[in-house]
Design a protein around this ligand. Sequence first.
Ligand SMILES: *Cc1c(COP(=O)(O)O)cnc(C)c1O
Length: 452
Amino acid sequence: MSPSQDLLARSRAAVWHPCTQMQRHETLPIIPIIRGEGSWLYGEQGVRYLDAVSSWWVNLFGHNEPRIKAAISRQMDQLEHVILAGFTHRPVVELSERLGALSGLGHAFYGSDGASATEIALKMSFHYWRNQGQPEKTRFVHLENSYHGETVGALAVTDIPLFRQTYAPLLIEGLSVPCPDNRHTTAERDAKQLAEQAAQAVERLFAAQHQQIAAMIVEPLVQGAAGMAMYHPHYLQRVRELCDRYQVLLIADEIAVGFGRTGRFFAHQHAEITPDFLCLSKGITGGYLPLSVVLTTDAVYDAFYDPDVTRGFLHSHSYTGNPLACAAALAVLDIFEQDQVLQCNAQKAVAFTQQLQGLCDLPWVTHFRHCGMIWAFDVVCERNDFALAFFREMLQHECLVRPIGKTVYFMPPYCTTEADITHFYHATRASLTAVCGNQTTPSHITSDLKMA
Ligand SMILES: *Cc1c(COP(=O)(O)O)cnc(C)c1O
């Protein structure tokens, strides 16, 4: 047995891989990765893959980033971890101050992953109203096709049937509102009008039930796990107004879209609003260490500040505010400044879009869309196994992609070059042709649809 086959067999035997029907790996090989460099992952015998999903949306500046490594290493020589209840340390204080300055939300509560940030925001918003003498505000509003994590509380506000259905009997019942997905625009109804209509549905719900509603949770601008569904910032402006008018707290889940992914540092900044809670994780450490944070307002913080212990937020995770993770996050913020990341990305995005738009002449490509450093399109293909077939085909072309159903997206590390994009472009063309090519082109696909 080669070392790689050996590792594969041992992984199958001992590692229960995430989001996976393990039996599939009887036929689908698990891929060992040995090292990473920039946008590329390297396996054995020289195989390599362009990391077009930023290692599940966490990597910002590429693999093996020297400045993040050095920051973690420096911190490791000082202090690897300390309890954050009753103790503090420089990295957590500095990170909280800097995130506060960037977001206008000056109080930072830490967790270790995205789902725990969602849990914190849900519990905190409910507890806020309880402390304000409104304990009947217990319900949460979420969008159709939302994704906020998969622990039992977060899953209650997640609307992806595949993740949710099995566990439905365990979940508190959320309130769902329509998503103003830009793919539903028509000649009579542009993206902003669509956003307005969706906001009116929120208004009707709030008018009827606001006395029971603690908070509304949104993924600003791009619903990632829904398949990169994008919507107009007008929706966020209207939701902010409605939350103020009806006394509902607004939770912005920027676990996927924060840290420059949409072109602004935070996605909600496109709408020039401030949420009551901002959940961050994934890119926060550049993809180096698990860390999440919920940022919130003075008003929320003050509602918990009291001699009574039970009015405090009695929630904790063992690795809360881990110094190594905070040091990585501080290095990430430094890189944003040193490298003028947002400006560089804006320039890159123009070139990338120009190139990737070329895919629209393929008969299977529809709804090509783009926001910041995210590109996506839907594939019109009869094959039920499209996602898996395309994933496998793209591996042959040295690209790591994970289609969501029939949506293909490209969400690369920011260090990705034009040469990498060209590689991705040709790989995608070839793979789509290989996977979808033997079917006849559906006649209802017209060229104007493709650019929606
Ligand atoms: C990934 C994600 C989460 C969950 O984060 P985990 O670290 O995987 O628990 C929550 N919300 C959004 C929008 C995400 O993309």
